[in-house]
Design a protein around this ligand. Structure first.
Ligand code: AMP
Length: 178
């Protein structure tokens, strides 16, 4: 099994329900380890849209092929109703799931880049990721790197706004809507 860290974001209501639904779906495919508090962040690329709710989550996977993980993630996004607007690729979304890190994986292709190409530039990823790994000995180097970039990017508005999501396991999206 290897560790995989995902970043999840939503800026269409009900944002927390979309995140919970994504966690439920990830749980069906991977072994859940932990998920972060809820963070709020301002949009970074396409600025004319609502704030995002973000979390990072940590799973263990037994897949050797990183593209298999990407395919699962894309299916989950589709199931949760992510619709792509080709005119606004960075526009509002029900759910966005990015693969941030996979243990011992370094890959750079047009379809998949891991570690994620911009995770160190975005405090809405770096802060929740830091929360997950800060007390884990094998990630002490990552922790130091994240602490450095978090302070370099301290101009970014990212705030903790809620506790980690609980009670999502094995619920379908419609159950999470209730
Ligand atoms: P997004 O707009 O965030 O859904 O991402 C668009 C595309 O980025 C996806 O269709 C993936 O093929 C590609 N991509 C490249 N690297 C990654 C990654 N680490 N995690 C998720 N998607 C990625």
């Amino acid at each position: 099994m290897k560790d995989v860290f995902f970043s999840l974001g939503s800026n269409i209501e009900p944002r927390e329900k979309y995140l919970a639904a994504a966690l439920s779906e990830l749980n069906k495919n991977f072994k859940f380890i932990s998920s972060s508090s809820l963070y709020s962040s301002s949009p970074v690329d396409d600025l004319a849209q609502s704030d995002f709710l973000n979390i990072c989550c940590w799973y263990a996977v037994d897949l050797d092929d990183p593209f298999a993980i990407l395919n699962i993630v894309k299916k989950i996004e589709d199931n949760i109703g992510r619709q792509k607007n080709p005119l606004r690729p960075k526009g509002p979304r029900t759910i966005d799931i990015d693969i941030i890190l996979i243990e011992n994986v370094n890959i750079k292709t047009p379809k998949l880049t891991v570690p994620h190409v911009s995770y160190l530039n975005r405090n809405f990823v770096a802060l929740p990721l830091l929360e997950l790994i800060k007390n884990v000995e094998k990630y002490s180097e990552l922790k130091n790197k994240l602490l450095r970039v978090v302070s370099e990017n301290s101009n970014q508005q990212v705030n903790i706004v809620g506790e980690p999501i609980h009670g999502f396991a094995n619920k379908s999206f419609s159950e999470n809507q209730e």
